[in-house]
Design a protein around this ligand. Structure first.
Ligand SMILES: [Zn+2]
Length: 116
């Protein structure tokens, strides 16, 4: 696996692959497939672009600046701590359900990226 990334032909220094496994298919999108957990590239770009320090390379891969990792990790842990307190096992109202979805996402990211 190459660790050289290019953006518009310009070499990116200090970047690594950005894990986008947290993406979920958009049920209102006709191209995404919620049954096969497929996220279309339009929704992927819509969701991921604009994330600080994340770039889309010439090889069509997402990368993130390495130095930002620990900051993101810290932020995720902070979010998790906040959500741990208020997230319910069986959410009923819409805000409770959103908390639960976010809690699941944060945990998936933390497990996939940091606890290996
Ligand atoms: Zn889509």
């Amino acid at each position: 696996m190459s660790n050289e990334f290019y953006d518009n032909g310009k070499k990116l220094i200090g970047y690594e692959y950005y894990d986008i496994s947290f993406l979920k298919p958009n049920k209102d999108c006709s191209t995404c497939d919620i049954y096969n957990d497929y996220v279309c590239s339009y929704c992927e770009i819509e969701t991921v672009s604009g994330t600080p320090n994340v770039k889309y390379t010439d090889d069509l891969e997402w990368v993130i600046k390495k130095t930002m990792k620990s900051k993101i990790h810290k932020n995720l842990l902070k979010i998790k701590k906040r959500l741990d307190k208020k997230t319910l096992r069986e959410p009923k109202t819409r805000p409770q359900k959103i908390d639960r979805i976010n809690w699941d996402r944060v945990n998936i990211i933390l497990n996939n990226r940091y606890e290996k």
